[in-house]
Ligand binder design. Structure first.
Ligand code: SAH
Length: 467
């Protein structure tokens, strides 16, 4: 229920942050979630929505600004959903992430865990991403000022990030500080070129238009991949756009396009066409080389991925004799990273294209003790699978945000592995899965890592040892 005429609560102190990154205050003993505020702020708050167990509020007026604040670098801060914590000093972002892990595992999850290690911060707190996906829409998001101005905007096209809660609208980006100069130049060029040449933008409601999305991937080796996703299949338009990008950015090592007539943006099931260059880019880590294709996942911060993998390898405690399972292996990066210290490694991953890359990478790196399977974990990871591939000594698991299927968690619990290293990008789902595994294991180490500065997201590595 929306409440438009609710009273304003004066001089409320903001005291905490929630797992979703929103600020929290208590009003009349009820928890209120507030966007745009940080702990230490004092503000007048109006309740805008009531839920069963909490309220949502908005800031009417600030009285005191928290000393933990800093000036956001991006002009889109507050509108764009991307970097919700730009107004928090980095050391405080880290503090709240540490707190989030504690809250999820200990306070909410009620797990018995040892002292949580201090979070590993990132050296680069801007321009750290190696991938950004920009969407096109023929209805860009209008700012409050634009709406108030009363001006009728003829060209409503926009390109940028989707606005949460408005699936058909995108924020027309003017700047982004997440990937760096090259990505910015490509984005601006494609936006200007397609607008100047009137290549129609995607209309998600009516399913018309050409320009659907732009993906820019950069890598630690200096290579880059640009993927343009079209909705329509007008080859003249396609060639024109691709040729223009090719002429402007001859340094792009992999220039690709996709025609996607589907309702959603995923392209696992679609053909990817090479317009110029190679069909992949190369990443490099500790002398290992990884081929990353357009459909493959690679950790979005290459530098922090290295920190994460080192912790994972350290927790795995390998001597060279172990059979290791790397579950949700993606392109098999962790599997290969630990392979020199293991007897053999078994990797499992849902996306067949990622497994093709994993196999190719292993042979490229002269690694012969890794075996990879493409399958849904919940179907493949069973007692029979372990019997066939060898009793695991150590299991590394790195599931997506939703965590593991309960059957997978049960199978891990019953695996008999000496150690389980659980790498997670969502401590809430991790805590839920750990509750199952901890029926036969106990947590001996917890190490949060910051992979995503300026956001509330936190990565967390947990070591479990068998009881
Ligand atoms: N460990 C890898 C990838 C982690 S991301 C790395 O560090 O790069 C999580 C991976 O889980 C993705 O590659 C995703 O495709 C895969 N995945 C998601 N659901 C899955 C499922 N049900 N079964 C197997 N793999 C799955």
């Amino acid at each position: 229920m929306k409440l438009k005429t609710q009273p304003v609560h004066e001089r409320v102190e903001i005291t905490a942050v929630s797992a979703e990154g929103k600020a929290i205050a208590r009003i009349n003993n009820q928890v209120v979630f507030i966007s745009g505020a940080v702990p230490g702020d004092v503000a007048d708050i109006q309740i805008i929505k009531k839920h069963r167990r909490f309220l949502e509020g908005r800031v009417v007026q600030f009285h005191e600004q928290s000393p933990t604040r800093t000036t956001p670098v991006c002009g889109h801060f507050g509108t764009c959903g991307g970097c919700k914590w730009q107004h928090l000093q980095y050391e405080h972002q880290l503090k709240f992430k540490q707190q989030q892990v504690h809250d999820q595992l200990v306070r909410i999850g009620k797990l018995d865990v040892p002292e949580i290690q201090s979070i590993v911060g990132a050296r680069h707190i801007y321009n750290y991403r190696n991938r950004l996906d920009f969407g096109f829409s023929n209805k860009r998001w209008l700012t409050t000022e634009e709406v108030k101005s009363g001006i009728a905007f003829d060209d409503r096209g926009g390109m940028g990030f989707h606005i949460s809660g408005a699936f058909d609208k995108v924020l027309d980006l003017k700047e982004c500080h997440l990937q760096g100069d090259f990505s910015e130049r490509v984005r601006k060029f494609v936006r200007q070129y397609t607008s100047a040449h009137q290549i129609p933008y995607f209309d998600i409601r009516n399913h018309t238009g050409m320009m659907r999305s732009l993906i820019v991937r950069t890598s630690s080796t200096g290579e880059s991949m640009v993927i343009v996703m079209f909705f329509g299949n007008d080859q003249t338009n396609i060639d024109q756009v691709m040729q223009a990008i090719h002429a402007e950015f001859s340094e792009v090592t992999s220039l690709l396009y996709i025609i996607n007539p589907k309702g959603n943006d995923t392209f696992f099931d679609l053909d990817v066409y090479v317009f110029a260059g190679k069909d992949h880019i190369m990443e490099e880590m500790e002398g290992l080389r990884f081929r990353v294709g357009p459909k493959s996942f690679y950790q979005t911060s290459s530098a922090q991925a290295y920190e994460l993998y080192k912790i994972t390898r350290d927790y795995a405690g390998l001597t060279g004799e172990e059979i290791v399972y790397d579950l949700y292996t993606g392109t098999g990066t962790i599997a290969q990273f630990v392979s020199r210290s293991a007897k053999k490694v078994i990797g499992v991953e849902l996306v067949p294209a990622a497994i093709e890359d994993a196999k190719m990478n292993a042979s490229l790196n002269n690694i012969s003790n890794c075996t990879f399977y493409a399958a849904d974990m919940k179907d493949m990871f069973t007692a029979e699978f372990m019997a066939e591939n060898g009793q695991p000594d150590v299991i590394i698991t790195d599931p997506p945000r939703a965590g593991m299927h309960p059957d997978v968690a049960v199978c891990l619990r019953d695996s008999g592995a000496k150690r389980i290293v659980y790498v997670s990008c969502n401590p809430a789902s991790q805590a839920r899965d750990l509750a199952i595994i901890c029926e036969k294991y106990h947590v001996t180490k917890v190490q949060p890592v910051d992979m995503f500065p300026q956001t509330h997201h936190v990565e967390n590595v947990v070591l479990l040892e068998i009881n």
